[in-house]
Design a protein around this ligand. Structure first.
Ligand SMILES: [Zn+2]
Length: 165
């Protein structure tokens, strides 16, 4: 699409493309959009309070016993909000990982980073940054959730680190 736009700028003078269905010309904005958003966390406040104390908690459906991570207010199976907060073990097994060199715009300023999925010993899967040399990471290795501060914003976050054996 970028090539088509550049061609249009050369030939037509403007960054426009024709709509696939109608053929109508559309202006393609060439400026980057900076996005900031608000998200209500009132329903999952205990999650953040626990993280502050270096603990990991999540919600469990009182009816079917399903654990959710990240925490959810409602159980999609029971269609009910009868949830309780439970503490999770912070250890598990690394399942998969990927190193991101081409990052989404909101993460563009970070160096390449590794995103991994681990299955916690309590069952739920957790997706987080993996803090280790990715060439030394192997599926099946033990990892744990570590609460740390995100550089350079300074707020608390969780990441996966290898369990020293
Ligand atoms: Zn349920």
């Amino acid at each position: 699409m970028k090539e088509e736009i550049e061609k249009q700028i050369k030939e037509f003078g403007f960054p426009v493309i024709a709509d696939e269905k109608s053929g109508a010309l559309q202006w393609v904005d060439m400026r980057e959009l900076k996005v900031s958003y608000l998200m209500c966390i009132e329903n999952i406040k205990p999650f953040f309070e626990a993280l502050k104390e270096n603990r990991l908690v999540t919600t469990k459906c009182r009816k079917c016993g399903r654990l959710f991570f990240p925490p959810q207010k409602d159980c999609p199976t029971c269609r009910d909000s009868d949830m309780e907060w439970v503490e999770l073990s912070k250890e598990g097994v690394l399942e998969t990982l990927t190193v991101l060199f081409v990052k989404p715009p909101s993460f563009g300023k970070y160096n390449p980073y590794t995103v991994a999925i681990a299955k916690l010993d309590d069952g739920p899967r957790i997706t987080a940054w993996l803090k280790m040399d990715p060439t030394k990471a192997r599926p099946g290795m033990r990892v744990r959730v570590q609460v740390s501060r995100r550089e350079e914003e300074g707020y608390l976050m969780y990441e996966l680190v290898p369990v020293e054996e």
